[in-house]
Write a protein that binds this ligand. Structure first.
Ligand code: ITT
Length: 192
């Protein structure tokens, strides 16, 4: 099956490609197709907006991820706004802004959430969610991954996500879990 991966985020492309290898799907990029504005209030809504738009235009099944970091001391922010947090335009600037917000925070608990939506040209959608709880450090560590990975130590680990290989991150991460559920549902072809 040909499937469009509807994301402009290179980190997500790498993780989605690795997780779905072996399913026999031919994953394709957006080929310059613009993604719609993320106007939804939830990850589910935003992932469906992106996947449905790509599927409608290409007439192919399309898969999108909407994800974010929910920080306890910030009342769950930035959440669905993680990619635009503080109006900052790069991963590093957003991470530094987050550290600033947490300077006197009583807790550094946080969780990553990922929702993967697979949309078909007939309008049918499937949705899969994964979460990863952990703690935010006071400074970045590690070179791998993307986004807030250098600040985030998952529960039960001593390394940040950015100090792990893609395979190590994938085995425990929010996106890895959502993609594993999608993979499981498609083990014997598309679900009924
Ligand atoms: P697309 O919409 O093109 O897929 P995006 O980066 O704008 O890419 P989102 O709107 O879903 O995607 O924003 C998610 C943001 O949350 C992302 O930019 C990171 O800042 C953060 N994030 C999500 N998953 C992450 C992960 O696995 N590691 C680190 N940061 C992550």
């Amino acid at each position: 099956m040909r499937v469009v991966v509807a994301t402009g985020n290179a980190g997500k492309v790498r993780e989605i490609g690795a997780a779905l290898s072996g399913l026999g799907w031919a994953l394709e990029g957006l080929g310059g197709l613009p993604l719609p504005e993320e106007t939804g209030a939830t990850y589910e809504e935003n992932a469906a907006l992106k996947a449905c738009a790509a599927s409608l235009t290409t007439r192919l099944p399309a898969l999108a991820d909407d994800s974010g970091l929910e920080v306890e001391a910030l009342g769950g922010q930035p959440g669905v706004y993680s990619a635009r947090f503080g109006g900052r335009s790069s991963d590093l600037e957003r991470s530094l802004y987050l550290l600033e917000q947490l300077r006197r925070a009583p807790t550094r608990r946080a969780k990553f959430v990922s929702v993967i939506v697979l949309a078909y040209p007939d309008g049918h959608v499937e949705s899969y969610r994964g979460e990863l709880p952990g703690t935010l450090l006071e400074g970045p560590r590690g070179e791998h991954g993307f986004g807030y990975d250098p600040l985030f130590v998952p529960d039960g680990e001593t390394r940040t996500l950015a100090e792990m290989t893609l395979e190590e991150k994938q085995a425990i991460s929010h996106r890895g879990r959502a993609l594993a559920a999608l993979r499981e549902a498609h083990r014997n072809g598309p679900p009924p």
